[in-house]
Design a protein around this ligand. Structure first.
Ligand code: GLU
Length: 278
């Protein structure tokens, strides 16, 4: 049975891009007689805003979407993230890192899919673990996992290539787990069979596939859909005048009509779809 999910982070209001993502995941599940789950990725303590959760649920109802089962909150799953990290530590694959952003920016020389690649300063060093971030020793992890493949419903078969990310953070200094670790564990815990999300997260799936192999998790398929972007290719942003779904809802717009338009690719003026990752 197909099971998809929509997994917003309540760091800001949902916008049209989120609507497209939620509709895509919802419709793929419904078309296959499957289930659509809603997961709130609320573990970024510095940016997560509880009042935005209720707003997001109302937005989805307004779009005419229904989800199955209870809403899942990552903040209630911290123990599972910690346990997985302990397993990776016991395998010798994580190391503590006390570097600041400024130190990394000063020492990094490579750009990866997610920004600057960590230069490995703390790898193999005797770094105090208190208050540290924990990074994956990418080279060791890739060597242990061996060759891996994964499949995107649109882009086809992929050979996993997580190395360009470098030593990604799995436990963050200011948050209990990184996106990569939490999302991978949750998709497995929730039995997600088709991980549906925007093309901006396509490359992250290379890292997620590696984590699945290291942790013995089931391997889903992925569906990375085109992103709704501004004509210059940039993602929608409220500060550039793109109204949130809540703004539209409160202004009396018909959410189901908006959902129908997005399904038919009748896009609001000035917006286009892009598989680019900008
Ligand atoms: N929480 C992520 C976001 O809002 C999405 C994660 C995912 O779909 O894997 O961008």
């Amino acid at each position: 049975m197909i099971r998809t999910r929509f997994a917003p982070s309540p760091n800001g209001s949902l916008h049209l891009g989120h609507a497209l993502s939620a509709i895509t995941a919802h419709d793929l599940a419904r078309a296959g007689g499957g289930e659509f789950l809603l997961r709130i990725e609320d573990i970024d303590g510095t940016r997560s805003r509880p009042e935005l959760v209720e707003e997001a649920l109302q937005d989805l109802v307004w779009l005419g979407l229904t989800w199955d089962g209870p809403v899942v909150f990552q903040s209630q799953r911290l123990a599972s993230y910690g346990a997985a990290a302990e397993r990776l530590k016991a395998m010798g694959l994580l190391y503590p890192c006390q570097c600041t952003r400024a130190q990394i920016a000063a020492a990094a020389t490579l750009q990866g899919p997610d920004g600057l690649v960590y230069p490995g300063t703390c790898r193999g060093q005797d770094v105090p673990p208190d208050g540290a971030a924990w990074r994956l020793d990418m080279q060791a992890a890739v060597a242990l996992a061996g060759p891996l493949v994964w499949e995107d419903a649109l882009a086809g078969p992929q050979t996993a290539n997580p190395a360009p990310f470098g030593d990604v953070v799995l436990l963050r200094k200011e948050a209990p787990a990184s996106y990569h670790l939490a999302a991978t564990l949750d998709d497995a815990a929730d039995g997600i069979t088709l991980v549906t999300r925007g093309a901006d997260l396509f490359h992250a799936s290379h890292v997620h596939r590696l984590l699945q192999a290291l942790l013995g998790l089931p391997v889903p398929r992925w569906h990375h859909h085109a992103l709704l972007v501004e004509p210059d290719g940039r993602k929608l942003a409220k500060r550039r005048g793109s109204p949130s779904l809540a703004d539209r809802r409160r202004a009396g717009e018909d959410g189901r009509a908006l959902a129908a338009a997005l399904r038919d690719r009748r896009l609001p003026a000035g917006l286009c779809l892009s598989m680019g990752v900008g």
